[in-house]
Design a protein around this ligand. Structure first.
Ligand SMILES: [Zn+2]
Length: 115
């Protein structure tokens, strides 16, 4: 299911160790990184430069962040991508029809059950 190359436990530990086992993700508008303590199994390894943006799959491009931060980042990434698509017109569908004009919703006749 996951097409991405999985990161070995050794690499994960190395990345976390490098950061002193603290989450380094900076939330938008925050001056300080999250700083949450990372537990051996309770963190995600994130690509600093996303794979889709040609980020290399090696330890230099990894950082360890806590799961809540990763979820937030994923959400923001999706929103950012959607915004880019909107701006560049990738997802531009047919123009919305004006509501109401020439369109009448027919009401379904209500039938009483005959005894
Ligand atoms: Zn965090």
């Amino acid at each position: 299911m996951n097409a991405r190359k999985s990161i070995s436990g050794k690499t994960r530990n190395m990345v976390a160790e490098r950061q002193g086992w603290r989450c380094v993700y900076k939330r938008l508008g925050d001056k300080e990184p999250c700083g949450k303590e990372l537990k051996v199994i309770g963190f995600d390894v994130d690509h600093i430069q996303a794979v889709v943006h040609d980020g290399p799959s090696d330890a230099a491009n990894y950082r360890a962040i806590c799961i809540p931060c990763h979820k937030l980042k994923t959400k923001l990434d999706i929103q950012a991508n959607a915004k880019i698509k909107r701006i560049t017109g990738v997802t531009k569908g047919p123009a919305k029809k004006a509501w109401g004009k020439g369109r009448k919703l027919e009401s379904r006749p209500f039938r009483r059950k005959q005894p």
